[in-house]
Design a protein around this ligand. Structure first.
Ligand SMILES: *Cc1c(COP(=O)(O)O)cnc(C)c1O
Length: 391
């Protein structure tokens, strides 16, 4: 963007700079030169949305009943499907009228929730590295993000005891995200319990972002925040059909949990958007009511790809551990590189696009993220190029 900030609000200059501009430029140049760049950079399922869901959407698109403005608060049938899914999957009872609010993808909820709760100067606690809308949403609401380091030493869990007293006093929201993007870490039950106690003691709203709860392997079943005692007093969970059902393009997520908090976000949203296309809502009802077969099939694919990435790359001295959940690999860059330098080197030498860890926050430095959401043949080709890479 350079020097021309004329006319933009001060908050715009507080949004952290986009760190991948140089890498994006290189990708464009290579593609323009006819080089076959393989992207393992973006967390977007390559598998199509299951056919039963597409069919439900096709039918709904043809029905004129779905052509007008939808309700701000989503179809009752969708809220019921979400509540039933929570009861079935987590044993969590939710009232579909007061404790569930559909959103235009969970990013909509995540980026806007600070507008409902954060005043200028309030603190928002956010993991570092982390999904960037936690901090940028806080900035847009004129709050102050306070970053909580996630490190290998602390098992990629924030050290809540280390949050200074004055920061706790000013904190309004705490963001957590397990299974985690970008680190692929999972959290033990005791950590959720500790976080709930921390938020109750300090009057902080606990926001758990859980889009990867269904992407897990070898029998691991990630929990919901809301299944732990006391969570409903202080908690909101953010979820989405995006990752579970290969529906990132459809834009449907939801917020659920404490009724008073859900109501505040609902009131805000009547001023932001005009609901979700009902055909997308009906497709999501079909997704949630259709059982776990499709998710199991997708997980088998991700699991197999994770094993292969580790098997191939560890032969040549990489240090890859297949994760228990998510479709990400999070691994250290080789000595002598920073994360952007390594991603640039891999792009130059192998025409493979990885995500530098520092893009997720300062504590992501020294790491890269690789997503196994590329078709098998493309992933195989990328691995054979990476195997030959010298660094
Ligand atoms: C993908 C992702 C989301 C959001 O997905 P939507 O498509 O907006 O529902 C939210 N949080 C994290 C950590 C993600 O990786």
């Amino acid at each position: 963007m350079g020097e021309t900030t004329i006319g933009t609000a001060k908050r715009m200059s507080r949004i952290p700079p986009y760190l991948f501009a140089e890498i994006d430029r290189k990708v464009r140049e290579k593609k323009a030169a006819g080089i076959d760049v393989i992207s393992l950079g973006i967390g977007d399922p390559d598998l199509p949305t299951p056919a039963r869901i597409v069919s439900a959407a096709q039918e709904a698109v043809a029905d004129p009943a779905n052509h007008q403005y939808p309700s701000y608060f989503g179809l009752r049938e969708l809220r019921e499907a979400i509540a039933d899914w929570y009861r079935g999957r987590f044993g969590v009872p939710l009232d579909p009228d007061s404790q569930v609010l559909p959103t235009l993808g969970s990013k909509d909820g995540i980026s806007h929730v600070p507008f409902a709760f954060v005043d200028p100067g309030d603190v928002v606690l956010a993991p570092d590295p982390g999904y960037t809308p936690y901090a940028t949403g806080a900035i847009m609401a004129e709050g102050e993000p306070h970053l909580l380091p996630l490190t290998l030493e602390n098992g990629w869990l924030p050290d809540l005891d280390a949050v200074p007293a004055d920061v706790r006093r000013r904190a309004k929201l705490l963001w957590l995200n397990y299974p985690n993007n970008p680190t692929a870490a999972t959290a033990p039950d005791a950590f959720f319990e500790q976080a709930i106690a921390f938020c109750r003691e300090n009057g902080i709203i606990l926001c758990h972002d859980a889009p990867y709860s269904e992407i897990a392997f070898e029998g691991y079943r990630p929990p919901s925040l809301l299944q732990f005692p006391g969570a409903i007093e202080v908690g909101l969970e953010f979820h989405s059909v995006s990752k579970t059902y290969n529906m990132t393009g459809w834009r449907l997520g939801w917020i659920c949990g404490n009724a008073e908090l859900v109501r505040a976000v609902g009131q805000l949203k009547t001023n932001l958007d005009s609901g979700i296309f009902q055909a997308v809502q009906w497709a999501s009802v079909e997704a949630l009511r259709g059982g776990e077969q499709d998710t199991k099939a997708a997980n088998a694919v991700y699991h197999r790809r994770h094993q292969k990435v580790a098997e191939v790359l560890n032969r040549t001295g990489w240090d890859i551990r297949p994760p228990r959940a998510t479709f990400y690999v999070w691994a250290p860059v080789p000595p002598g590189y920073d994360s952007i330098g390594f991603a640039a080197h891999v792009l130059d030498q192998a025409a493979v696009n990885l995500t530098p860890g520092v893009g997720f926050g300062p504590h992501g430095e020294g790491y890269f993220r690789l997503s196994v959401t590329a078709p098998d043949a493309r992933l195989d080709e990328a691995l054979s190029r990476l195997e030959k890479l010298s660094y």
